[in-house]
Design a protein around this ligand. Sequence first.
Ligand SMILES: *[C@@H]1O[C@H](CO)[C@@H](O)[C@H](O)[C@H]1NC(C)=O
Ligand SMILES: *[C@@H]1O[C@H](CO)[C@@H](O)[C@H](O)[C@H]1NC(C)=O
Ligand SMILES: *[C@@H]1O[C@H](CO)[C@@H](O)[C@H](O)[C@H]1NC(C)=O
Ligand SMILES: *[C@@H]1O[C@H](CO)[C@@H](O)[C@H](O)[C@H]1NC(C)=O
Ligand SMILES: *[C@@H]1O[C@H](CO)[C@@H](O)[C@H](O)[C@H]1NC(C)=O
Ligand SMILES: *[C@@H]1O[C@H](CO)[C@@H](O)[C@H](O)[C@H]1NC(C)=O
Ligand SMILES: *[C@@H]1O[C@H](CO)[C@@H](O)[C@H](O)[C@H]1NC(C)=O
Ligand SMILES: *[C@@H]1O[C@H](CO)[C@@H](O)[C@H](O)[C@H]1NC(C)=O
Ligand SMILES: *[C@@H]1O[C@H](CO)[C@@H](O)[C@H](O)[C@H]1NC(C)=O
Ligand SMILES: *[C@@H]1O[C@H](CO)[C@@H](O)[C@H](O)[C@H]1NC(C)=O
Ligand SMILES: *[C@@H]1O[C@H](CO)[C@@H](O)[C@H](O)[C@H]1NC(C)=O
Ligand SMILES: *[C@@H]1O[C@H](CO)[C@@H](O)[C@H](O)[C@H]1NC(C)=O
Length: 717
Amino acid sequence: MMVGWEVLLVSVMVVTASLWREGVRGGEVTYDGRSLLIDGQRKILFSGSIHYPRSTPQMWPDLIAKAKEGGVDVIQTYVFWDLHEPQPGQYDFSGRYDLVSFVKEIQAQGLYACLRIGPFIESEWTYGGFPFWLHDVPGITFRTNNEPFKFYMQNFTTKVVNLMKSEGLYASQGGPIILSQIENEYQNIEAAFGEQGPLYVQWAASMAVALETGVPWVMCKQNDAPDPVINACNGMRCGETFPGPNSPNKPAIWTEDWTSFYQVYGGEPYLRSAEDIAFHAALFIAKLNGSYINYYMYHGGTNFGRTAAAYFITSYYDQAPLDEYGFLREPKWGHLKELHGAIKNSSSILLEGVKSNFSVGQYQEAYVFQEETGGCVAFLVNSDSKDSANIQFGNRSFELLPKSISILQDCENVIFNTAKVTSESNTRVITSSQTFECADKWEEFLDVTPSYLDTLLRADTLLEHMNTTKDESDYLWYTCSFQPNSTCAEPVLHIESLGHVAHAFVNNGYVGAAHGSHDVKNFTMETKIVLGNQMTNISLLSVMVGLPDSGAFLERRYAGLAEVEIRCTQDESYNLTHYSWGYQVGLLGQELEIYNEQNLGNVEWSRVTMVNQPLTWYKTYFDAPEGSEPLALNLTTMAKGEAWVNGQSIGRYWVSFHTAKGNPSQTLYHVPRSFLKASGNLLVLLEEVGGDPLHVSLCTLSVCTLNNASSHFPFLS
Ligand SMILES: *[C@@H]1O[C@H](CO)[C@@H](O)[C@H](O)[C@H]1NC(C)=O
Ligand SMILES: *[C@@H]1O[C@H](CO)[C@@H](O)[C@H](O)[C@H]1NC(C)=O
Ligand SMILES: *[C@@H]1O[C@H](CO)[C@@H](O)[C@H](O)[C@H]1NC(C)=O
Ligand SMILES: *[C@@H]1O[C@H](CO)[C@@H](O)[C@H](O)[C@H]1NC(C)=O
Ligand SMILES: *[C@@H]1O[C@H](CO)[C@@H](O)[C@H](O)[C@H]1NC(C)=O
Ligand SMILES: *[C@@H]1O[C@H](CO)[C@@H](O)[C@H](O)[C@H]1NC(C)=O
Ligand SMILES: *[C@@H]1O[C@H](CO)[C@@H](O)[C@H](O)[C@H]1NC(C)=O
Ligand SMILES: *[C@@H]1O[C@H](CO)[C@@H](O)[C@H](O)[C@H]1NC(C)=O
Ligand SMILES: *[C@@H]1O[C@H](CO)[C@@H](O)[C@H](O)[C@H]1NC(C)=O
Ligand SMILES: *[C@@H]1O[C@H](CO)[C@@H](O)[C@H](O)[C@H]1NC(C)=O
Ligand SMILES: *[C@@H]1O[C@H](CO)[C@@H](O)[C@H](O)[C@H]1NC(C)=O
Ligand SMILES: *[C@@H]1O[C@H](CO)[C@@H](O)[C@H](O)[C@H]1NC(C)=O
């Protein structure tokens, strides 16, 4: 029997309408000049970056729930190529790398997802997310119109898209992913590639679009993003800096609104106020018709293992609305939640209304969105950061606080003021729960300093660090052996390194160390040494603190030793640069994986009789503190190295690198609860310089409101 097409259409419409009502999705995501269109509807969306490998699967549900509670609609994440494809064609999507579970958790909580595939991501992540094997692909130049690079970029991008499709995770399939990103801030380096740069941008856009995800793609910081890819803004003040979408048919999208800033060793934390974040978010909506704002980061988390890029600390964006441990950071979280509520309250007027703007004072401006039906919302902006202003708007006068935006419901009543924080502040409470003072509970293993004769890999020159280690370790030994002349009375070992750290040993004795910094990676070391008249063993340990993550030609960077001399007098020296050097990649303890329980027997451990020794492994056991509060190790008395709990690396530490104010950049190192069992947890510390493990402690963390009951509730006092 034939059914008239009208009948069919009507029944399809009824079904579709009821699906919409129940929140079931399944249409393509498109966009117009105002916003993304999901199920055909415009949306103002707040988004928060949470990177799945920077926390644990056990933490994901709580982090996502707190983001949702904070008025966030979308969870944004990068995809971390180096974790997923450690060797070409070998994939890992398990545990902390389980992208599918992460996206499904977002879906289960009723939020949308934005997948920034890159696959170059920067992100203060080692090698900007590239697996190191990419460095050795013959003829490769990264991020340009280069066939080998494009092959692997397309291969991985396709792999991720196909994985998401096979799980039905795109919104076009009924899943949560509404947006994807290809490349990342490419415009910053595009000029370095001449005419190949723009060709690569075109290729990347077409390659991505051809994958037919059914949802739009963005390129951030790429003002000429080719249609239909949307150009998006990154920064702290996109309302002021963004030139806007490159077509009237594209919406204004802010992919990274920095809630803080990354922190490097030797740097202090960056504190961005809740007021400032709210001001710039509101300005982007009012001035640029912004309809999508992503907080980078909403939760920063932890750079476990060796995943941090060069000189970045292990903690990531601890100052975000959710701190490293997943606590609400107040008043940031609460203030932004209020902003989101105020915007959501008027979202249909913002999305459908007609905008006008006019001056209401020298530094004051009104942005008004009005619907034909009478709906009205106004933003009163005071750009003067020093003074309040009294202005007339409509029939009323308003006092505008310095550097503030007041949001007026019905164009009359202020429902939110970016400069008026009503959320209570809180602070983290750190309680020492366990100390390790008893020397009997520790054992140590002094790693072995290799000499030239112990090495197999030889070269008549100083090799480049990364090309030699292949990033299998942070450590590379450079050794040589030479016969000094008795005339060298006051010898000085002079080393020039391109980064990041060097430790020097002469005849097995530690003689000194030096390091560069995030801004100046190369450094010089000058150390007085003692030379006998017999053959002398020089063993230099070059250390990297993460691979570089930014800039053009990442595949051509240099690190490690560049020159070695022993200076006797002003004009007399041994230039060892072209001596015969013997190399060893990694430390012995690392090679034997003595941070794993089952490998502890591979070396001989002994009682700790002395602290402050270089290149020493320490181990002890501890029981998990009761309760469920987050935990951290206080490594204040250690200097530099890496820490493992039950075989899992909780990251590098570097406490001895002080800031200009004389503080370590990070003393507390997150130990996720899920890494622990109830008792007998193995803690292993690898110390490079010399530390005191006896004064390390395990802390529990909580937060408490800086409550001022008397000022908030005067009637109670
Ligand atoms: C990606 O490359 C691998 C080999 O490394 C190959 O097996 C696979 O088919 C490629 N996939 C795509 C989508 O090109
Ligand atoms: C949203 O608007 C309603 C009235 O339209 C009001 O009752 C409510 O308080 C508003 N919410 C916020 C967060 O401003
Ligand atoms: C914002 O939208 C209005 C339409 O309401 C339009 O007139 C205006 O040009 C847009 N402004 C920007 C910066 O895109
Ligand atoms: C409205 O805003 C635009 C963009 O910020 C600005 O160029 C223009 O001068 C404003 N108009 C008035 C009347 O203030
Ligand atoms: C201002 O007040 C007058 C008289 O009370 C009223 O007619 C007019 O609509 C008001 N204008 C606005 C913008 O509220
Ligand atoms: C890396 O090492 C290989 C030999 O292992 C050598 O052929 C190549 O030139 C080196 N590349 C760089 C950039 O040092
Ligand atoms: C230098 O190293 C070799 C090989 O390990 C060793 O036999 C020799 O004793 C060392 N020389 C000194 C002075 O330590
Ligand atoms: C680092 O390298 C730059 C450029 O080659 C050089 O000018 C500077 O002196 C070097 N700094 C150190 C501390 O070696
Ligand atoms: C060491 O002695 C050799 C000859 O025995 C001489 O050629 C060389 O210049 C001397 N080097 C230094 C640094 O004294
Ligand atoms: C040591 O030798 C290297 C390589 O030949 C050279 O570049 C460097 O200038 C020499 N250093 C001195 C102080 O002569
Ligand atoms: C960390 O340990 C050091 C040394 O014992 C101590 O002075 C400091 O107060 C501890 N820090 C915290 C936050 O507990
Ligand atoms: C609590 O309130 C008092 C008086 O209002 C004020 O002086 C104090 O700074 C407030 N403390 C905090 C932590 O907000």
